[in-house]
Every structure is written in C-alpha cells, then in structure tokens.
Design a protein around this ligand. Structure first.
Ligand SMILES: Nc1ncnc2c1ncn2[C@@H]1O[C@H](COP(=O)(O)OP(=O)(O)OP(=O)(O)O)[C@@H](O)[C@H]1O
Length: 265
C-alpha cells in the first residue's frame, strides 16, 4: 500500500464544547496506482483526513505511512515531491499569475536559490497546455473564474510530479465538459505513471465512472472501503446519505448513479 494508516486519532483542539468532532481511523490504506473517491456527508471529516495525510495537522495518536515511511520522518521537500494537493478553497493575498502559480508546483525541485531550469519550464508549459490554461497564463489568479482557478490548481499539482495527488472536491467549480476532461486526464496520468489519486467528492456519478475504489466516511470514521463495484451500491447510498438512488451498471467499469428526488424520512 502506498498510503497506510494505523490507529489514527485526531480532534480539533478548539477548546470549545460545541466542537465535538473526532476522527478515528484504525486500519486503512490505498494501493499504489488506485483512483479512490472518498465520499461522505458534510462535516464527516474527509478534508480533515486529507490534511492529516498532508501533515498540515498532527494526529493526537497513530501513524500515517507513505511508501512505508511514517510521514513524521519525511523532510518537507521529500513529502512535497511525493504528495501534491488541490485544495477546496483557494485564497491568495498576493496576485500571482497563472504561470507563477503552476511553477510553484516545481518548488520542491529547485535549488536553495529557488531558480527554475529548462526542465521546470518544459513541465509547466506541458501542464498549462494539458489543462487548457495556456492562453490565460499571464492573468492574475484573483482574476479567474472558479473553474479556471480550479484547473490552475490541478495543473500545479500535476506539475509537482508527485506520485500521489490528493484533491478536495476538484469538480466543485467545473462545467460538465471540464469535469469529464479533468477526471479523464487524471485517469490517464494514473495509467501512464501509476500515480495514486485520492479525491474527496460529493459527485457519486463521477466517482462511479472514474474511480476504482470507494471509501465512505461518516462521523470521522471510514465505515466502508472497497472496490467501486461492491461499495457503491443502493443500500450504502441510502444508509449514508439518506437518499434513494439507482446504480446502473453501464459496463463492468462504469457505474452511473441516479439519485432519486424523494428524500427518506
Ligand atoms: N480548523 C478547524 N477547527 C475546528 N473544527 C474544524 C476545523 N476544520 C473543520 N472542523 C470541523 O471538523 C468537522 C469535519 O470537517 P471536514 O472539513 O473535515 O469535513 P468534510 O467531510 O470535508 O466536510 P464537507 O463535505 O462539508 O467539505 C466539522 O464538524 C468541522 O466543523
């Protein structure tokens, strides 16, 4: 397993009684080269789990191993070369351009002076073209539409050339064409380079089409995890999201999830 979690426990130390959120993952992991969709209701802890894997926050107990090494023991640069992240919310106080933002993905590879080289420029150019943002490369990132910005952040993660990409609701601002195209590009990268993809999403349908593994998180715990064909079924969707859905097997690899409008009581 490329990511392996053991007896992980985390709570936000806000000191406020109303914040009772606790995350607890006993034994869970992701295989190398997998495309896993992490699904679950609002506030169930999906983003928190990503932040723990990224070492943005520290667990109270337990460990996360990446490539067999506890992330506590990674140098910051080495972790950045291994794990790239596309955040849910993007804010920048400084008006970096699209080009500069994608180039930031190359930071872990630059020398201490922070100079880019020919390789960095070639990789960034390729990422700008792949995600169709070459024509806006001189624009400031505060001057973009939500979908353009999302593509910039995904391009930055791909330019980082990491073996794991974590995405937090990457399709939130994308139109249908770009949702399909970005999931397709990620899938292609996974095939070509055996990149591991972990994406948090609320889109059951895209998860059913593109991922091969599904994990459901409820109240800070991973309650179901497995192959899409087994985990993404009508019973699980009903129990977790309290909605009726029809899961249509389009091919062995493609499941379409049709959510029915009537909410369960
Ligand atoms: N920085 C923080 N300090 C205190 N509590 C937090 C913080 N960030 C998140 N929480 C709380 O932790 C819980 C889990 O939040 P998290 O963002 O991980 O959920 P999520 O499953 O990603 O939700 P969503 O689907 O709404 O994005 C929520 O109850 C949230 O209010």
């Amino acid at each position: 397993m490329i990511i392996k979690i053991n007896n992980l426990y985390f709570s936000y130390q806000s000191g406020k009684e109303y914040n009772q959120f606790k995350l607890s993952v006993d034994d869970w992991g992701i295989n190398k080269g997998a495309f896993l969709s992490l699904l679950g209701p609002n506030g169930s802890g999906k983003s928190t789990l990503l932040k723990l894997i990224l070492r943005f926050i520290k667990p109270d107990r337990g460990s996360i191993f990446i490539n067999g090494v506890d992330i506590k023991n990674y140098k910051r640069k080495d972790l950045a070369k291994t794990v790239a992240y596309v955040p849910q919310k993007i804010t920048s106080a400084f008006p970096y351009s699209v080009y500069e933002t994608v180039m930031m993905g190359r930071t872990p590879y630059m020398n201490f002076m922070g100079f880019e080289d020919e390789d960095d420029r070639r990789i960034v150019k390729h990422a700008l073209e792949t995600f169709e943002i070459d024509h806006i490369k001189h624009k400031g990132i505060n001057e973009l539409s939500g979908g353009e910005l999302q593509r910039v952040m995904i391009a930055r993660a791909v330019a980082q050339d990491a073996s794991i990409i974590l995405l937090d609701e990457p399709n939130a601002h994308l139109d249908i064409e770009h949702q399909v195209s970005i999931y397709g590009i990620l899938n292609e990268l996974r095939r070509q380079k055996r990149i591991t993809i972990l994406t948090v999403t609320h889109d059951l349908n895209l998860a059913g089409i593109y991922s091969d593994d599904i994990a459901f998180m409820v109240n800070g715990r991973i309650v179901i995890s497995g192959k899409k064909s087994e985990a993404l079924n009508e019973k699980n969707i009903r129990e977790i999201f309290k909605v009726n859905a029809e899961v249509i097997k389009y091919t062995d690899d493609i499941l379409n999830v049709l959510v029915k409008p009537d909410k369960l009581n």
